[in-house]
Design a binder for this molecule. Structure first.
Ligand SMILES: *Cc1c(COP(=O)(O)O)cnc(C)c1O
Length: 419
């Protein structure tokens, strides 16, 4: 399709967008009576209207039934996560038994590393992307240290080639092969938070398995954003947060995936009573017996109020349909790219350099833009015009158009504000 840098064109795209009405399911923040143009859903997704309704419902059960809420009726709190599992599974390409919601992301990463980082003999190393999200770096650092290794001896970080911004798949694969005798675990982000690069997870997983390594993924920026097939790819484990593309609230409950091939084996884990076999959990017996599936990694009592927001948000995603969301997302991001290139043309030079891959299959709902000059000033000027993106030192603006609630018109207006 021929894209155009005009308000009329953008408005036609919005009119033809069959999932446009889902914007009304969200509360769009306002300043001085005007709706913000919110391009920061990759950091904190907007609040679904239904979150308050679902939370109120649970508050009423707490009010009226107190402890009986755990067991009373079919919709009791003990079963509250079941529907969430059903809603999560298709979003990450898993079987419902392979996923559950629990804790928060970094905590879950620690739990899963305890299970799946099993250094043995020469195979002690973890391969990860250089410049991974800091929390992941700290988690890895603390795990190798608690196993008695020096960071430099146990972690391999892979960076883009000199002068390049994103990783080449061929380089990742050859790094895996070169270090095949030493790698115990590959831990990759699904989609790099800084560059917006969506990695070839199927290829990385296959290469990891060929050398006998475990493969785990941090899907914070991928889950609910790009298509995932965790089960079919054979990924060993994964974790993600729900407050970014899943709109489930600040510090919302996170999620994990454990492939069913690990259900039977006697896996190391940090256990708690909420991971105990459900039918015997309340017998309170000695000796931990895990529930089958991802639920066996649960540790603590379900935080029902957080889960209520999560359930409300996932239902909206499910109603919109993930395929529809992805299709619109590709269109929005392509339009954003087009508009930024138009701005560069008008300025007569590449003032805003997009480092996110051009291939729609290698990115999600985010473009990372390097500002050649006056980056922070440009960002502040956007904020003054009620356009909310995300600033990363020293010179990167991340703009994330979300298919559930952003519009083509907002992208057009962003371009106008940049000139
Ligand atoms: C957002 C994000 C986190 C944040 O972790 P929390 O435990 O939820 O604070 C961690 N890792 C990655 C890759 C992220 O994008």
């Amino acid at each position: 399709m021929q894209l155009e840098n005009s308000l009329a064109f953008a408005q036609v795209q919005d009119k033809e967008d069959k999932i446009a009405p889902f914007r009304n399911e969200f509360l769009i923040p306002e300043r001085n009576g005007e709706q913000l143009i919110y391009f920061c859903g990759n950091s904190l997704g907007l609040q679904p209207r239904s979150a308050a309704t679902e939370i109120s419902k649970q508050l009423a059960i707490w009010q009226n039934h107190a402890v009986e809420g755990w067991f009373r009726g079919e919709q009791n709190w003990l079963n509250y996560h079941h529907e969430i599992k059903e809603l999560l599974a298709p979003i990450v390409g898993a079987k419902p038994t392979e996923v559950t919601c629990m804790n928060s992301l970094t905590i879950n990463l620690h739990l899963l590393l305890t299970s799946f980082y099993q250094p043995k003999g020469k195979k002690i190393k973890i391969l990860m992307e250089g410049g991974a999200f800091p929390s992941d770096q700290y988690a890895i650092e603390s795990h190798v240290k608690t196993r008695g290794y020096e960071y430099e001896d146990a972690v391999i970080e892979i960076y883009p080639r000199e002068g390049e911004d994103i990783l080449r798949t061929e380089d990742i694969l050859s790094k895996i092969e070169q270090n095949q005798d030493e790698i115990a675990l590959i831990l990759f982000g699904g989609l790099n938070y800084y560059t917006g690069q969506f990695f070839d997870l199927a290829a990385i997983t296959e290469a990891g398995h060929q050398i006998g390594a475990m493969v785990g993924l941090d899907l914070a920026h991928a889950a609910g954003n790009v298509p995932l097939k965790l089960h079919d790819w054979g990924v060993d484990f994964a974790c993600w947060c729900s407050y970014k593309y899943m709109n489930s609230g600040p510090g919302g409950i996170a999620g994990i995936f454990v492939h069913e091939k690990h259900f039977k084996t006697d896996v190391n884990r940090l256990a708690g009573w909420w991971g105990y076999q459900l039918d015997k959990r309340f017998k309170m017996e000695k000796g931990f017996v895990p529930e089958t599936g991802a639920e066996g990694w649960q540790v603590s009592t379900s935080p029902i109020l957080l889960m209520a927001a999560h359930k409300a948000a996932l239902k909206i995603m499910n109603d919109a349909g993930f395929e529809n969301l992805r299709q619109k997302s590709i269109g929005l991001t392509a339009y954003l790219e087009f508009i930024i290139n138009k701005v560069n043309e008008e300025k007569g030079e590449e003032t805003f350099k997009i480092i996110t891959p051009k291939n729609p299959g290698a990115r999600g709902a985010q473009l990372s833009i390097i500002c050649k000059e006056n980056g922070k000033q440009t960002f502040d000027a956007l904020v003054a015009k009620n356009i909310i993106g995300d600033w990363r030192e020293p010179n990167v603006i991340r703009i994330s158009p979300i298919p559930l609630y952003n519009t083509f018109e907002e992208i057009y207006k962003f371009g106008q504000a940049l000139v």
